[in-house]
Design a protein around this ligand. Sequence first.
Ligand code: UDP
Ligand code: MG
Length: 319
Amino acid sequence: MKEAKTLYVVIPCYKEEEVLPETARRMKIKMKSLMDSGMISPESRVMFVNDGSKDRTWDIIAQLHEEDKLFSGVNLSRNRGHQNALLAGLMTAVNYADMVVSMDADLQDDINAIDAMVEQYHNGYDVVYGVRSSRKTDTFFKRFTAESFYRLMKALGVDIIFNHADYRLMSRRALEGLADFKEVNLFLRGIVPQIGYPWTTVEYARAERFAGESKYPLKKMLSFAFDGITSFSIKPMRLILHLGAIVFAISILMLLWALAAYISGSSVAGWTSLMGSIWLIGGIQLLSLGVIGEYVGKVYGETKARPRFIIQQVLNKPE
Ligand code: UDP
Ligand code: MG
């Protein structure tokens, strides 16, 4: 058999002291069984990233590391949010691992799906997306808002995997591709499909949070969704341009109508010029905003400095 590959499981943690011990206990069993079956190497690790928690989260991580080298830890200087914490973990793990799985600390992601992910990695896939097969445990509100969000993203032309959050496996070369995306407004589930390489999905049932409460209150959720849209689509800006064109066209019609009313003598003095200018100016303003928006959109694309391509393989025989 070929040499076993090294797996790192990266888990961002923000004020997770209530769940961490249980997560560690279950992960230990899972990792040992994967090692015993030879699917991953004994050098595989579970890497907790402490996202500037003010509670005992880091103490627990440090203690776990002390007791068992299976556990490693990354401590961020302050709270930077889930996506940044996750990226910090991924970029640290890529130095040691052949493949990295990212998951939440609260055990909502079924850890038994890791087996299937690793298997798909061995089948030659670089990215394996964990996809929720059911949202039974979510409230109606959460399910409705989340699914509408995925639909809206699709409608806006963003390449995103339906019902996939941040539970996924990535190979080392996929992570190296991710490292080339220098953007500051991180929306990983939008970026990862941009990297390319062979990918597949693995279904799992989403469980309820094991303990503690969600670190994503509605306000954070909305701002995350808004970030996702504005980081990947300039369609909202283009809509303004279309709106401007429509209002401008209407303004011409209004102008003709006002002129006709003036000529037929059925209008009060001053009405024609007022009507005409209001519509004309409004239309011109929206149109100009749209044109400016197009240029801002280009600037936005340039400042992101995303890689323009990632090469998977080169076949070449020089000489
Ligand atoms: N998280 C983080 N930093 C934050 C907020 C959340 O690292 O500022 C982590 C959190 O510890 C958890 C994951 O992100 O491991 C997902 O958060 P949560 O489970 O609260 O979100 P939900 O499942 O409710 O969407
Ligand atoms: Mg959760």
